[in-house]
Design a protein around this ligand. Structure first.
Ligand code: 9MR
Length: 552
């Protein structure tokens, strides 16, 4: 098979549910017909290629192949004048593996634990970063915890391709995973991820989340309730395995308003979920709520403590030059923390603290209003009048021109979708569609959510599946220290590459500056091919939610 011709047909390289919409895109053919062949190469369907309503960001139109009428489970390929596609499957459990792998990726990101072959297979590795003796950095020092105080803050997930642990980015990540659990608890009751805790009474996804929650709890200053911004090396490590970078001292830096409120939100949400597991985890739910309310109080009297790393480095030693996650506006973090605290405690003071008058936008590490919206919607339409209507308006805008685009996806309606971590925009758009479906029961939103799964797994401007280990042409060289340093050909599976970003902030030249094609599968290219927990979490949500909903 001619691999170049295979790549002309862009499609979800995993496949489709029997009932879902089935679209592929031919970037070389815009007319004529296409064939669907079964695994014996027998013709099962022949139909016309339609030309896309709008050109792609490249300026070219594409051919749209719609074979939604095909519902019979099996393995197939598509054939056009320009080539033959990778094989794909139609089955009722089609995203089971992709969904589980994306959650399991968090296990591979665990700090402070050895990954044994029983759970990690060929990606077994030694313990990295025990983090039981980290130092209070000068920026975080006070009378009770002077500079150099030794603190234990073990566990947690590595943020991304690097080995540092950042509260702000953990916040949105945890909120997304906990929301997935809250939206579909029955599905997770028996989902086995083959992690060390799989045999206990807790759903595996919660066991995984607990690994990070316990670290987060250790990042709260016990003396005043404020939460430190991050636990980090002074500089990024070389591309080495976790156990090889442990000689570097690790620091806990300055407290901040964003970190404290994100922490408050996560702990409040965790508190209400863990209440159902008080027998298995005595007291943890109460501890979480207590931690959350103390954090909230700290933020009430520290409403505007920015984490400005450059400014910090002018005063404090040693300079810290790892990821900044420096947010400057906190109204959204106040909203999110207040919403989670309200849903958990039903105390009036929290609902009164929520102000969602600003325009809604998709969530990212610096903008978390939408996480407040999701939790308020889940709690019921009456909780905050107007929020439901406002969100449905947002959702209907979000999908407005998706059908006209060259790839027929919600993703990529504008070039602005392609910034650092663009794959997470696709996944978060998909989550918004899922939420729109959950509250409206309008199935068109499921089809739009599906369109972005298709985007992530191959129906896109590069032809890559952005989830490692999934599909026929997955990314193979993500900027991810263990995947680079472990001498194993395949990267760790289930990780989401950041995706196209013409910014080239890493200095690595991408082959094209067309926004949706500005990508290179190169492990030096951290601005387009790193992985990160806040990108993986929405992938986890989207793929697993569809797995639940499309079966119904
Ligand atoms: O995802 C972050 C992106 O929005 C920022 O533009 C970028 C530059 O500040 O940083 C990204 O986050 C990185 C973090 O700072 C350090 N760990 C790796 C993260 C993903 O690249």
């Amino acid at each position: 098979i001619n691999v170049f011709a295979q790549q002309n047909i862009r499609l979800n390289q995993v496949g489709f549910y029997p009932s879902s919409e089935k679209i592929a895109v031919d970037v070389a053919d815009t007319s004529g017909s296409f064939e669907v062949l079964d695994k014996n190469s027998s013709l099962v369907l022949k139909s016309k290629i339609a030309i896309s309503t709008r050109p792609a960001l490249s300026g070219k139109r594409t051919g749209i192949l719609d074979f939604s009428v095909l519902k019979k489970p099996g393995t197939y390929t598509l054939k056009t004048a320009s080539g033959q596609s990778y094989p794909f499957t139609i089955s009722k459990d089609v995203y089971m593996n992709a969904g589980k792998a994306a959650i399991k990726a968090f296990y591979y990101q665990r700090a402070s634990i050895e990954l044994t072959s029983q759970y990690a297979g060929k990606w077994a590795r030694k313990t990295g970063h025990p983090d039981n003796k980290v130092l209070i950095h000068s920026s975080a020092a006070d009378a009770k915890r002077p500079e150099g105080t030794v603190v234990s803050a073990s566990r947690g997930w590595y943020d991304a391709g690097d080995y540092n642990k950042y509260i702000v980015n953990s916040g949105i990540t945890m909120g997304t995973l906990l929301s997935l659990y809250e939206d579909f608890p029955a599905y997770f009751k028996h989902l086995d991820l083959n992690i060390p805790e799989s045999k206990n009474q807790l759903p595996d996804i919660l066991d995984e989340v607990l690994w990070n929650l316990r670290w987060m709890l250790a990042m709260q200053d016990p003396n005043d309730g404020g939460v430190y911004h991050k636990l980090t090396n002074a500089k990024f490590d070389a591309m080495v395995m976790p156990d090889k970078s442990q000689a570097e001292p690790r620091y806990i830096v300055q407290k901040g308003t964003a970190a404290t409120l994100d922490f408050a939100a996560v702990c409040a949400q965790a508190a209400r979920i863990l209440k159902n597991f008080d027998k298995e985890l005595p007291g943890l739910s109460d501890s979480c709520l207590n931690a959350s309310e103390r954090a909230w109080l700290w933020a009430q009297s520290n409403r505007d403590v920015v984490y400005d790393q450059d400014k910090m480095n002018k005063t404090f030693q040693p300079p810290i030059v790892t990821g900044a996650y420096g947010d400057h506006s906190f109204s959204d973090e106040f909203n999110w923390a207040a919403a989670e605290l309200y849903v958990t405690t039903k105390k009036q003071e929290y609902i009164s603290a929520i102000n969602l008058n600003a325009d809604l936008s998709l969530p990212n590490w610096a903008q978390v209003n939408m996480l407040a919206v999701y939790s308020l919607l889940r709690a019921g339409a009456k909780v905050k009048p107007g929020v439901k209507e406002k969100f449905l308006q947002f959702a209907s805008n979000l999908i407005k021109e998706a059908d006209q685009t060259a790839y027929k996806t919600v993703m990529g309606q504008t070039a602005r979708d392609f910034n650092w971590g663009s794959s997470s925009n696709a996944a978060n758009q998909g989550i918004a569609c899922i939420n729109a479906f959950l509250i409206s029961k309008d199935r068109k939103y499921l089809a739009y959510a599906q369109s972005n799964v298709d985007y992530l797994l191959g129906r896109n401007g590069t032809g890559y599946s952005y989830e490692t280990g999934v599909g026929s042409k997955p990314v193979m060289h993500p900027h991810h220290r263990p995947s680079v340093a472990d001498d194993i050909i395949e990267p760790i599976p289930g990780l989401l590459s950041g995706g196209p970003n013409p910014g080239m902030q890493d200095g690595v030249k991408v082959p094209s500056l067309i926004p949706d094609e500005a990508f290179i599968d190169d492990d030096r290219a951290y601005a387009c091919n790193e992985i990160a927990i806040n990108w993986n979490a929405p992938l986890v949500y989207l793929v697993n939610a569809l797995q639940v909903l499309q079966k119904q």
